[in-house]
Design a protein around this ligand. Structure first.
Ligand SMILES: Nc1ncnc2c1ncn2[C@@H]1O[C@H](COP(=O)(O)OP(=O)(O)OP(=O)(O)O)[C@@H](O)[C@H]1O
Length: 238
């Protein structure tokens, strides 16, 4: 059977002389049809990991998308091959309208303009905000916009960095529903977050990342949660 989802081996990220991620000897799997969590405290290397998978920071190691080695390919090509990222901090054009923000991505990725209209329909509230500058939207509405933007390519693998942090519970519910539906329809989803919390409702398992290394891996969220708490406790106890 051909390989689906995302797989990364020996992934490393350095900023100057400092190591932010060192997955030497580790294989990370983000299988199709599942929601995989990467949990770890601030500075553990979650964003560096996600950016390395997407190709937007220089990294060592290999990234396989649907079995194909994309390690040497730039972000734009990875995006066109089925990989999508919702970055921490959202990265939107605050003065452009919601529709224009979506159009910029559609043009960069040479997508059918119809994708913009479909993205606006993904979350009912987005269409009502289509002509407003993205910068005046609430944090939750902005997050919906960047999720809808990421989904314009119909990705086979979706990476979400701190998707729910600081958002109102109702918006988080909408986003979690979307994540669940995507996984049900076969998408491989990776959620990076500092706490499991409500993400436990949709996650199938994942890894604990501490100081740039995977220290635990579980196919069960309760076990993952226990392992994370134990790892954090070990830090506190020094
Ligand atoms: N652009 C950068 N230049 C230098 N160091 C960086 C850069 N980005 C991250 N780092 C450092 O790399 C390490 C990992 O950071 P990273 O942002 O990947 O962790 P994180 O788990 O996502 O944390 P957070 O939840 O705070 O975003 C940290 O020590 C951080 O200070």
């Amino acid at each position: 059977m051909s390989e689906t989802g995302l797989r990364a081996t020996e992934l490393t990220v350095r900023y100057g002389r400092a190591s932010a991620l060192n997955l030497t000897g580790t294989e990370l799997r983000v299988p199709a049809g599942r929601v995989t969590l990467v949990v770890g405290p601030n500075g553990a290397g979650k964003s560096s990991l996600v950016l390395a998978l997407y190709g937007s920071v220089p990294s060592g190691g290999q990234v396989y998308l649907g079995g194909r080695d994309v390690s040497a390919l730039p972000t734009r090509v990875r995006a066109r091959s089925g990989l999508a990222l919702v970055p921490q901090g959202r990265q939107l054009f605050a003065r452009m309208s919601v529709r224009e923000n979506l159009m910029v991505s559609a043009e960069l990725l040479r997508l059918d303009p119809e994708r913009v209209e479909q993205a606006l329909d993904r979350f009912p509230i987005l269409r009502t905000r289509a002509s407003r500058p993205a910068g005046v939207l609430s944090g939750g509405e902005q997050q919906m916009m960047v999720v809808a933007r990421a989904l314009m390519t119909d990705p086979s693998v979706l990476l979400l960095d701190e998707m729910a942090t600081g958002l109102a519970p109702l918006i988080v519910d909408d986003l979690l529903r979307t994540v669940r539906e995507l996984a049900r329809s076969g998408t491989a989803v990776l959620l990076a977050a500092p706490t499991i919390g409500v993400l436990g409702q949709v996650a199938d398992g994942g890894v604990v990342l501490m100081r740039g290394r995977v220290v635990a891996e579980h196919d069960d969220v309760a076990e993952l949660d226990a392992a994370y708490q134990a790892a954090m406790g070990a830090i506190v106890e020094g």
